[in-house]
Design a protein around this ligand. Structure first.
Ligand SMILES: NC(=O)c1ccc[n+]([C@@H]2O[C@H](COP(=O)([O-])OP(=O)(O)OC[C@H]3O[C@@H](n4cnc5c(N)ncnc54)[C@H](O)[C@@H]3O)[C@@H](O)[C@H]2O)c1
Ligand SMILES: O=C(O)C[C@H](O)C(=O)O
Length: 348
């Protein structure tokens, strides 16, 4: 039995992500939480004949049909109770002209959700989508630490959308747009602008040297992967950011985490933005590679029964990537510090 929770389930990402999790046969219980409309989304999804039993929760109510004084106050905790995996797309998205850092207003939402998780499901795998991921993941970690339940092996910043974009854009540049899914490109660093570092030299299958050695083609490709989010923000013209591609990315990553943890599948590897303490010996190697003792970085993660089984080093990178890595580390450090230093208004 696997209980999955989506926090922010009524939103642009939350709804299609909840649909994709409802379609995932590993999930037997799907609990949807949002400050608006979660019971409506739950009622809708509940008519699909797949194993997951769906319920929806608001902050001031329990599950639909089970309202009571205690549940009035404890919607989030009720939604989260006993969860095995919590996927979090709660919070405000960007509008044109904003950076992800401008979304630091989401830190408070994240801290409150982290408190509820600490109480309701401290062992759950936590997949953070809410931006700015470079800071919100440290916010989650700090709250969980204060509550004495932090396990770095179970906390993931979801960076899968950067990998999906890398596959799609690389396939397009090499003239194989219909073959996008065959390109696997590790994307390391973080999830914002220059912190997004696609390792094109490690692509599988490899990218032809006619692209890799052509500076303008390569720079344009890297730029498109780093700033792909802006394309969607601008195209949506003030109505939000990537939702459907993000839902697919979140569902893909959640599926891998669940297959490794609950189905015992081995060999599942995916990049994710994590606290490097998840694998202390690998942390030292990674910090040496990146030239800085950052506590958080996105690397290829080997998934297992307990979440993170192993962190893979960045590995061999070329000269272009070495320069990009320097910039990524420079930009990442203040975002991490901002998340670590965040003080929630509420008393923890
Ligand atoms: N990690 C990534 O790659 C990635 C990709 C796309 C978007 N995002 C981020 O995901 C977040 C959500 O984006 P969206 O387009 O779905 O936004 P949205 O506004 O459509 O949906 C957000 C949902 O969160 C809910 N919410 C607000 N406060 C909440 C709380 N305290 N508890 C529970 N739910 C709450 C809202 O009611 C809303 O339904 C944004 O921060 C966005 O920047 C991240
Ligand atoms: O660009 C955004 O603000 C949303 C998300 O982080 C993305 O990469 O699409």
């Amino acid at each position: 039995m696997v209980k999955a929770v989506v926090a922010g389930a009524a939103g642009g990402i939350g709804q299609p992500l909840s649909l994709l999790l409802k379609l995932n046969p590993i999930v037997t219980e799907l609990s949807l939480y949002d400050v608006v409309n979660a019971p409506g989304v739950a009622a809708d999804l509940s008519h699909i004949p797949t194993p997951a039993q769906v319920s929806g929760f608001l902050p001031n109510t329990g599950s639909q049909g089970h309202k009571g004084p205690e549940e009035e106050k404890r919607g989030a905790v009720n939604a989260l109770k006993g969860a095995d995996i919590v996927v979090i797309p709660a919070g405000v998205p960007r509008k044109p002209g904003m950076t992800r850092d401008d979304l630091f207003i989401n830190a408070g939402i994240c801290a409150t959700l982290a408190e509820s998780i600490a109480e309701a499901c401290p062992k759950a795998f936590i997949l953070v989508i809410s931006n700015p991921v470079n800071s919100t993941v440290p916010v989650f970690a700090e709250v969980l630490k204060k509550k004495g339940v932090f396990d770095p092996k179970r906390l993931f910043g979801v960076t899968t959308l950067d990998c999906l974009r890398a596959s799609t854009f690389v396939a397009s540049v090499v003239g194989e747009p219909t073959e996008a899914s065959k390109y696997v490109i590790p994307v390391v660093g973080g999830h914002a602008g220059h912190t997004i570092l696609p390792l094109l030299s490690q692509a599988k299958p490899s990218i032809p040297s006619s692209v890799l050695k052509d500076k303008s083609k390569r720079d344009a490709l890297v730029h498109r992967i780093q700033f792909g989010g802006d394309e969607v923000v601008e195209a949506k013209a003030g109505t939000g950011s990537a939702t459907l591609s993000m839902a697919q990315a979140g569902a893909e990553f959640a599926d891998k985490v669940m297959r490794a943890a609950f189905k015992g599948e081995t060999g599942l590897v995916a990049p994710s933005y994590v606290n490097l303490e998840a694998d202390p010996s690998a942390a030292k190697t990674i910090q040496q590679e990146i030239g800085k003792d950052l506590a958080y970085f996105s690397v290829n993660v080997e998934l297992g029964k307990e979440g993170i089984a192993k962190l893979n080093p960045v590995g061999k990178i070329d000269e272009t990537e070495t320069a990009l890595l320097k910039k990524a580390v420079e930009d990442l450090e203040p975002s991490i510090n901002k998340g670590v230093g965040f003080s929630p208004a509420s008393k923890l």
